[in-house]
Design a protein around this ligand. Structure first.
Ligand code: SF4
Length: 218
């Protein structure tokens, strides 16, 4: 009820990821090989036709999985709407999904501004992310939301304002969602980040942001 706006949906977490974010709380998905075969996922969905109307393809990074287009085609054929959660590193895959009408909603993680991107994500692929963002801003067919997971050991207010300004400059007019990362001893993460202590000042950030901010508590 929460993950796909306007839909009652299930989530399929696809194993593997092309980033290594320190705050990632799904190390078993990022580093694992997956445990459920595609035909079992499709059988699950077949039994839920009429009960669910949406499927969220998430991960890990769904676009890094070579079978994504095939799975999305089969999920669509069963009559479900599809939401894609993506970190934006595969603009080619996002483009194919859009061109084939295989996606109905996209949540794009804007991980960090260019100067922080490698430190936050473990990759130097900001330009590929940037192509995905431009692609999504240039199309009107599919709604998308931009969001950032924030941790005070990795980013500060100036970084958030830099991202918000970049979104606005590229034509994004939706809400920009901030999700405070949860780290701590009882929450395994990919990296060894300290627990987050900061209370982010949403009102202060909003005053500097050209797009509307939302805080989504995890
Ligand atoms: S938080 Fe980072 S490492 Fe974890 S699944 Fe998302 S993109 Fe991959």
């Amino acid at each position: 009820m929460l993950d796909f706006p306007g839909r009652t949906a299930c989530i399929v977490w696809l194993a593997g990821c092309n980033m290594r974010c320190g705050y990632c709380h799904n190390p078993q998905i990022v580093l694992g090989k997956g445990t459920i075969p595609t035909n079992a996922v499709l059988a699950f969905l077949q039994r839920r036709r009429g009960l669910l109307d949406g499927v969220v393809l998430s991960g890990g990074e769904a676009t890094a999985w070579p079978g994504l287009i095939g799975l999305a085609t089969q999920v669509k054929a069963l009559g479900f709407a599809i939401k894609l959660d993506t970190n934006g590193l595969r603009p080619d895959v996002v483009e194919q999904l859009l061109a084939r009408g295989l996606v109905d909603y996209i949540a794009l993680d804007y991980k960090a501004p260019p100067h922080r991107f490698a430190a936050v994500t473990g990759t130097k692929a900001y330009r590929r992310f940037s192509r995905t963002l431009d692609l999504l801003c240039a199309q009107n067919a599919v709604p998308f939301e931009a969001r950032t997971t924030i941790h005070d050991a990795l980013m500060d207010e100036a970084d958030i304002v830099t991202i918000a300004s970049d979104l606005h400059n590229r034509g994004y007019r939706g809400d920009y969602t901030l999700q405070p990362a949860i780290t701590g001893r009882d929450r395994p993460t990919l990296g060894a980040l300290p627990p987050q202590t900061k209370e982010w000042d949403l009102a202060g950030l909003q005053a500097q942001s050209p797009v509307r901010l939302q805080i989504r508590q995890p």
